[in-house]
Design a protein around this ligand. Sequence first.
Ligand SMILES: Cc1cc2nc3c(=O)[nH]c(=O)nc-3n(C[C@H](O)[C@H](O)[C@H](O)COP(=O)(O)OP(=O)(O)OC[C@H]3O[C@@H](n4cnc5c(N)ncnc54)[C@H](O)[C@@H]3O)c2cc1C
Length: 559
Amino acid sequence: MLSRAEALAALQREAFDVVVIGGGITGAGVALDAATRGFSVALVERNDFSCGTSSRSSKMVHGGLRYLQNFDLGLVREALVERQLMVRLAPHLVKPIPFLVPWFEGSRKDRLLGMGLNMYDAMSLRNPRARRRAAREAALEGGEYWSPDRHRTIDAEEVVELIPALAARDPSSAYLFYDCQTDDSRLVLTVLGEAVRFGAVCLNGARVVELIEDGGRAAGVVCEEAESGERFAVAAANVVNATGVWADRIRPEELHEEEDVPVIRPSRGTHVLLDRERLPMNAAAVLPAGEQRTIFALPWLGQTLVGTTDNDYEGDLEHPEVSDDDVHYLLDAVNAFFGSDFARADLAGAYAGVRPLISAADPKKSVDISRKAELYETSSGMVTITGGKLTTWRRMAKMVVDRLVEREFREAPCRTHEIPLGHPVDPAALPESPAVGEAAREHLAARYGLFAESVLKICAERDELARPIVAGMPDLLAEVVVAARHEQARTVADVLLRRTRLGLLAGRRLLEDRDTVKRVAKLMGSELGWGRRETRAAAESWPEVVAAERLVTPEPVRA
Ligand SMILES: Cc1cc2nc3c(=O)[nH]c(=O)nc-3n(C[C@H](O)[C@H](O)[C@H](O)COP(=O)(O)OP(=O)(O)OC[C@H]3O[C@@H](n4cnc5c(N)ncnc54)[C@H](O)[C@@H]3O)c2cc1C
């Protein structure tokens, strides 16, 4: 990625075919799709890339078994096709994971769920001939073809092997099916990285405050730069609003006055993280959570991730708080299911996010509102895309760019189904580095793919850089340098929440261990030319971010 200074200069100097507002997965996808079809592209993000909903998801790349209940078959099928494609395009980042729906003594196999799983299989499996062809194609590209096995019923022994945390509950059996998971924020950065490779200019810390008009048509945007507060213009023939839950805040008068424009109904979803040692899982589980709702518990980056809630939300969109009610709801479900006794003080971390759901005329609860994407073009010609899912980003981007292509009478078919997202690398094939152990090498390969080689080179710059940021976790101090040097990270929260995910995985430890946070700030400062005062202020800003979103609350950890 260009440095912020370079990107800022390019945005002011050049005129673009397209400017994308919003650096979440949707904006990143539009930037990639447009750049690969020959458009010159600018992307501006108000705060940090993926800081909105795209770093706060359940991290699943999935069809969404539960949307089958609403007979949203088109949406599920589309998402399952995308899931398959993502595993092929980014195998290091999007990985299959087994899901279990167990049952216990005294309860019976849920036959309705079995029927749902049959449908899920049928929708995700390709016919044998298509499978063989896809496997051959993948082999020619030097990769592997993943196709989920059909769901099956497994015995008690296998359940406990996959979910050791259930051993004490003595499960009788379980359904086993497959979905995929990812690191949502890294997926956004990877898609952005590819967009940049195709010439897109991306800048964070640049909030759009106005649309530029020429004869009533959108002709660019005015941005405010976060650090200087200065305004600058980006000239572009097309403006795409990909601001998710904020979509109706860009030109509200234009959006709200036009009748067919759907209304966004924000819905908050909370997740908590628990130490994997206390809740060991090698597969994901679907847990009952009352009123016929279910939640998930999944192994994620060395911890156990539990979520999610789904409630209408009217609070602050920038800093959605982890509420006590949501935490209790999740922990009650976990404790009932695993026979555990987790309390809020036991959380390793937590986060909340807000879904950009599209409201139907009928004001139902958010769980019933569509996850479909909506695209609308308003009077100025601005194209707004919102709703949808992390999984379906590529389809959403295609919808937008198809519209731009049509508008400009271009001949430019979509190519994103064949563009690899980063390059996978075998950790064993990475250059030897005595200071970097096996776990860290595996971690680097999974996060960066081939770029892990460059991270290892940075490790070699100074001994200190090959050390972990947080003891016992694989993320290295060199990644702080990578974030500041190559990924436009400009705050400690950018590094701890979105370049690495330590702020979620080890939120409580980071709150208690101020030295680690200071070390991160110092390394960032030496890359970004901060003085002593700026470095101190950067370190001190971390607890403020934690408090604003109640990522962790400072209860004492239980003995
Ligand atoms: C709790 C939860 C769990 C979820 N789980 C899953 C899941 O497991 N799988 C799945 O497929 N989907 C999931 N989703 C849905 C998915 O996360 C979202 O659909 C997706 O991330 C939305 O991406 P986006 O880019 O449209 O929005 P965002 O990620 O919110 O991006 C919009 C960006 O626009 C920026 N912006 C706003 N205003 C301006 C401005 N004026 N100028 C410049 N930039 C601006 C914001 O800062 C933000 O970064 C989940 C959502 C939630 C909330």
